[in-house]
Design a protein around this ligand. Sequence first.
Ligand code: SF4
Ligand code: SF4
Length: 356
Amino acid sequence: MTNSDLKLFVEFLLNKNYTIHSPVRKNGKIVIREITDSRKFSLIKERPLYSFKNFLLPDKKTLFSTTSDENKNGNDQKLIRKQVLFGITVFDLRAVSLLSQIFEKDPYFQDIISMTLFIGQSPIPEENSFYEKYEENILEHFKFDIFIESRGDQKDFRIFTGSKHGQKMLNEFGYDDFEHIEYAGAVPEEGLSDFHKKLKEKTKLSYGSKIWKDLGKKCLGCDKCTIVCPTCFCFKIYDENNIFNDSIARVRQWDSCFNSEFSEIAGGTKFLKTMEDRIYNWYSHKFVRIPDEYNLPGCVGCGRCADVCPAGINIKDEIFKIMKFKAKKPIAKMSKFKSKTLKKPRTKKLIYEKPI
Ligand code: SF4
Ligand code: SF4
C-alpha cells in the first residue's frame, strides 16, 4: 500500500463514521489527536508521549448514575463511539493484549474494545525503549485488525490483517493485497522468556537492597511514569454526590501506587509507607506479580517512563542493575533465622503458664 492509498483509506474510515485517533507532531512533540482531514494525514512512526490507554480505559469514567427518578448505566452502548486507533505500535499492542486479559470480565473495557478498530504499525527504535525487536512472527500474539509494516527506506507498506473485521474493512475499501495472521493467544507457547524469568527472580531477591534504597531517595512520587505507562491500570472508585438535584454518580478514576494514600486502609494504616516501598511495589507488580498471574511481563519496554521522569530514573538502567544483583546474604542464612525462632516454641511457654 502506498502513502496516498493510506490517505484514501483514512478518508474511507471517516466516511464510515469512525473517530480516528492517531499520532501527530505538535510543537515538536508526538501526541495523539483526532484526525478529521485525510489530506493532512501522514503515518508518524515515532512513539507518542502518551499511549493509547486513555481511549480504552478513560482516566475518569462514570460507571452509573442515579436520581430518585431514573438510573443511568454509564455503559450505555449509545454513548460509545466507533473509533480507530491508527498507528498503534507493537509496544502498545502488547499492552492492549495485557489489559484485555486483566479487564477480561470488565464490561466497560470490553464494550470499548468491541467498538475499536486497531491499526498497528512496526516501530522504529527509540532512545529509551527496549526488549522488542520487531519480527513478523510476534504479530500472532497481538490482537489487531490491520497492521502496517514498513522497513528501512521502503516506500510501500506491507499490510497484514489479524481479524475478520480488518479484512472486511480492506475488502470494502477495495484492497486485497494483504496477508492474514491467525491469532495464537497473548502468551507464546514457551511462556515467559528466560530473560523475564530471571528478572522475576532477581526482583524478588533484591528486595530491601541498595537498588531500592537509592531509588527511594531519588523518586519524587510525582506519578508521571504511571500516567504515561501503557500497562499501569490502577484505579480508585468513589461517588460524586450532588445535593441540589439528589443525584449520585459512581466514578472510576486512574490512580497511582506512587500516591501516599494509595495503600491506606480504614484507620489510617498504609501498607506502602515509604517511597522505597512504593517504587519497589511498582517494579515488583510489573516484573513479579503480573508475570505470575498472566504469564506475561507487566512492562512492554516502551521507555515512556524514562522519557518523562523528572528525577532521571531510567527503567532500562534499573533493570540492568536488578539483573546484575547478587544477594550478599544467601538463602541459607534465612533458614538459620527460621530455625532460631523455632527453638523457642510458644507452646512450651503456654505449658508453664498453665495453672496446675
Ligand atoms: S516519574 Fe520518576 S520521580 Fe515521578 S513517580 Fe515515576 S519514578 Fe518517581
Ligand atoms: S514501565 Fe516504563 S517502559 Fe515499561 S511499559 Fe511502562 S512506561 Fe513503558
